[in-house]
Design a protein around this ligand. Structure first.
Ligand SMILES: [Zn+2]
Length: 302
């Protein structure tokens, strides 16, 4: 395959897919675990019960939510209004989310639902982002598996831009942009997995090596609207993808693309491994070079 320019489904963003530059998967040995000498603040012995905001337990806690001790935004700061929490995925130290079993991952996704629901009821909060930084290159500062919640009163420009693009798409084609993207990709070589409830694929113009998106087939605004069965299906495919990613030993970020209430955008999960370093071309031009074709990445995940 020769190099080619590809445009994002909806946005005015471009990548250059350059498979001839890629190496076979893969022989990197990146340090994804952050090592520290201090005692782990997320292990059960260190968690102070009175700090717990929410927990799911099963005799002992499976996952819980705590306040972020170093927040950038807070409900008491009118100049940077918002809320931040840390979700401890599991009491087990040294285990990644993808290594947990399906019911443990389901508990984490259920906690994402509960925190999104709780925070979206707070006056002035219009946007709830749930994300994970896994590994040093993804920005993780603590090794113990955890996720983060960031809620604020502004819809970020990137999200707004996508909403506008989806509205324009609908005006032009009289069809839902996301339904069209899913329908196309589950028949393409970029498909990772699809059943009646969930679809996963590598996006056509992936800016990141091995980027993967997971959509519930029933389009919803945010994670709170998914049924228990849909969430279970999501847990299954998320595990499948994270297990494969673990073999590459890459740091990754994933996040829930969602807003609290907007009929023109939909919930999905974006998984973005942090392999390539964006250098002169990316920083100077905004064009991103990706040497792992999404078609090859999807084959790897399948
Ligand atoms: Zn720990």
């Amino acid at each position: 395959m020769n190099s080619e320019f590809r445009q994002d489904y909806l946005l005015n963003k471009y990548v250059i897919i350059t498979p001839s530059r890629s190496r076979r998967p893969r022989d990197i040995s990146e340090e994804t675990v952050v090592r520290r000498n201090a005692p782990c603040p997320f292990c059960p012995a260190a968690v102070k019960p009175k700090k717990i905001i929410d927990k799911i337990d099963n005799g002992h806690w499976q996952t819980l939510s705590l306040p972020n001790n170093y927040p950038a935004v807070s409900l008491t700061n009118g100049k940077a209004y918002g809320a931040q929490e840390v979700i401890i995925d599991t009491p087990k130290h040294g285990v990644e989310l993808g290594e947990l079993n399906e019911s443990e991952i389901l508990a984490v996704l259920t906690m994402y639902q509960r925190r999104t629901a709780a925070l979206s009821k707070i006056k002035g909060l219009d946007y709830v982002l749930i994300f994970k930084n896994n590994g040093a290159r993804a920005g993780a500062s603590i090794a113990h598996a955890h996720s983060q919640v960031f809620a604020t009163n502004i819809i970020p420009p990137d999200v707004q831009e996508e909403i506008t693009a989806a509205v324009n798409y609908h005006a032009k084609h009289r069809r839902n942009a996301y339904a069209d993207i899913i329908a196309k990709e589950i028949k393409s070589p970029r498909k990772i997995y699809a059943d009646k409830l969930t679809a996963a694929f590598c996006p056509y113009a992936s800016p990141f090596h091995y980027e993967a998106w997971i959509f519930p087939r029933r389009l919803v605004d945010n994670i709170t609207e998914l049924t228990a069965t849909e969430l279970k299906s999501l847990a299954k495919i998320l595990k499948k993808i994270l297990e494969k990613l673990h073999r590459l030993n890459l740091s990754y970020n994933f996040f829930m693309h969602q807003v609290i209430s907007n009929p023109n955008q939909y919930f999905y999960i974006k998984i973005q491994p942090r392999d390539s370093v964006w250098a002169g071309v990316e920083l100077g031009s905004g064009l991103v070079i990706n040497s792992v074709a999404p078609e090859a990445a999807a084959k790897f995940y399948r």
